[in-house]
Design a protein around this ligand. Sequence first.
Ligand code: NDP
Ligand code: 2IT
Length: 445
Amino acid sequence: MNLEKILSDLEKRNPGQEEFLQAVKEVLETIEDVVKENPKYEAANIIERIVEPDRVIKFKVQWVDDNGKVHVNRGIRVQFNNAIGPYKGGCRFHPSVTEGGLKFLGFEQIFKNSLTTLPMGGAKGGSDFDPKGKSPAEIMRFCQAFMAELYKYVGPQTDIPAGDIGVGGREIGYMYGMYKKLIGEHTGVFTGKGRNWGGSLIRPEATGFGAVYFAEEMLKTKGENLRGKTVAISGFGNVSWGAATKATQLGAKVVAISGPDGYVYDPDGISGEKIDYLLELRASNQDIVKPYTYEFPNAQFFEGKRPWEVKCDIAMPCAIQNELNLEDAKNLVNNGVLCISEGANMPCTPEAMNHFLENKILYGPGKAANAGGVATSGLEQTQNAMMLNWPAEEVEEKLHNIMKNIHEACVKFGKEEDGFINYVKGANVAGFIKVADAMIDQGVI
Ligand code: NDP
Ligand code: 2IT
């Protein structure tokens, strides 16, 4: 496999799609040896096939705001690979959404879903619609307009969307409602649904819970655990909330959270009612984390700064891609960080990631560490297919076991001669082999 040529060809075919190219480069660099050792992958031209999405569906979304003004946004669904199961992945509503960004997320999703041990292919979708400052009625009209087109391409055995940035339970409700009306069937097409109409308990918490369980497994390899450890988390969205909740439950102290305006440092720990307050803050649609310090005056706000300057044992980037750079990584390492567990997708730049690996830090990449969200989506699909609901304890136990299995797979394929576990390599190789083998089994289709 000529990595350089593959990457330069890819760049020519996908101009300007930097995040997609970044995600592909990371995967290909780590699976190079496996591809060399197994000529069947080259014989079936798997690499060229796996980096090209099956299809990218783009459509116009027209909606009317509360003042009667008509708006146009772009809707996209990237159906990347369905070798091991129906397409599966979230939907992101954010003004920064582009085709290249969704291709990066769809590509990551292939390997993440493969790691979950469940039969799910990789997809991602979304829109450049900005939910901030929109009224609930505007959000509803947008979701309905988005679904009026997307319904043609999704289904419980075809493609099952879910949430991501800007898409939570409320948006899924509006999209699912529209789908049901158009199709005339109550089927498990979305995950992250409300608990009274097919949703799974623990799904809202699952990504953050899973990322903390993954951190716990990583710490165990060093004879450590979460008790008494300090944790810095970025973001104050769905994933951050789940991570803060579980880290606190397991005896750690969450000392920082962040928003686009800066970060909050709370030496007393962000737990209990403070975590509930984060939910309120988010629901207010204000996009700032600073008000936390009005409510809890012992905390300090650092405007325009990221939480990675805080001394912590565990860092959990849970906001957005490339939010943690080399300088941040150096700060964390200099401050003695033990472990990084990525709640977000690709939140560390390649330079930051390499810095952690060079310093032999426990580094759990998003496609392993945050796979608990989509894994619990898979459990929601199972419950829908069986027409029943499992109790929370049962779902959480299954989630916990899945995270342990993902960790084991990473160790199997990522352990180096000196005993260091390269989770990036482990996750990529384990995720790749299953999908590549399935593609070979199914022929050139
Ligand atoms: P939410 O919309 O609930 O929260 C997103 C968080 O990121 C918010 O705190 C948001 O702040 C912040 N954010 C968004 N853009 C920026 C930015 N440019 N700079 C700094 N902060 C920003 O989304 P989720 O919690 O669901 O998603 C967070 C991350 O986790 C994403 O990377 C997502 O892909 C990933 N993920 C999500 C899963 C899920 O199940 N939801 C599963 C696996 C991964 P604000 O909105 O105020 O700008
Ligand atoms: O990035 C992700 O894994 C998600 N946003 C969740 C996808 C899902 O289908 O639950």
